[in-house]
Ligand binder design. Structure first.
Ligand SMILES: Cc1cc2nc3c(=O)[nH]c(=O)nc-3n(C[C@H](O)[C@H](O)[C@H](O)COP(=O)(O)O)c2cc1C
Length: 183
């Protein structure tokens, strides 16, 4: 079983990559799946301008960067979306990358780690609505890191033990859902 931890913010000096690395560190005690970090920034996914709907593209995307992104997503059985919240919603670059492929997401379980002034909760709620269109199975348990209390001033992630516990609960539910879908 392969779980992709998808870091969706691409800004210079973003907090997102540190959140993704923190989550990856939380998986080190687990032997139930292979956990991989998928950093959207490293794919440089272009704005979606193709006339072909991604669901109809048969994974033959015009852009080589989108094909690489497609392969990384396709290889996973489930996901954790590591999401910031921009203007009370999902980050635009992340949404664009999600829109740019389609069958790679379909019918797969997904869970969320959000961060921000209200733990990224508004962005997570929007993702739940959006990903329903791919018939994804969203996991109830989620992790919320607070922008004021769970980070040091240099952006280092320093949550309390409860956040680590909720990460394990979320991953337990995610892995169980992937197993259920595979059976
Ligand atoms: C364009 C923009 C909009 C933002 N809007 C929100 C917001 O609505 N809610 C919130 O909690 N934080 C908001 N923030 C602050 C982010 O939580 C904070 O900058 C965080 O570090 C963003 O994640 P990133 O560094 O991984 O990009 C916003 C930041 C940016 C750049």
């Amino acid at each position: 079983m392969k779980i992709g931890i998808v870091v969706g913010s691409i800004r210079e000096e973003r907090k997102g990559i540190k959140v993704g690395e923190w989550l990856l560190a939380q998986t080190r005690t687990r032997d139930d799946a292979e956990y991989v970090l998928i950093d959207l920034k490293s794919f440089d996914v272009p704005l979606l301008t193709s006339p072909t709907h991604p669901a109809q593209a048969k994974k033959q995307y015009e852009s080589a960067n989108v094909r690489r992104w497609s392969e990384a997503i396709d290889a996973c059985d489930g996901f954790v979306f590591v999401t910031a919240e921009y203007n009370h919603g999902v980050p635009g670059a992340f949404k664009n990358a999600v829109d740019s492929v389609a069958p790679e997401w379909t019918n797969k379980p997904v869970s969320f780690v959000g961060y921000g002034s209200v733990d990224g909760s508004r962005a997570i709620e929007q993702w739940r609505q959006i990903l329903a269109n791919f018939s994804m199975f969203d996991i109830r348990a989620q992790v919320g890191l607070n922008g004021f209390t769970d980070f040091e001033t240099d952006g280092t992630v320093k949550p309390n033990d409860r956040k680590s516990e909720s990460a394990q609960t979320m991953l337990d539910q995610l892995v169980a859902e992937v197993r259920l879908r595979a059976s």
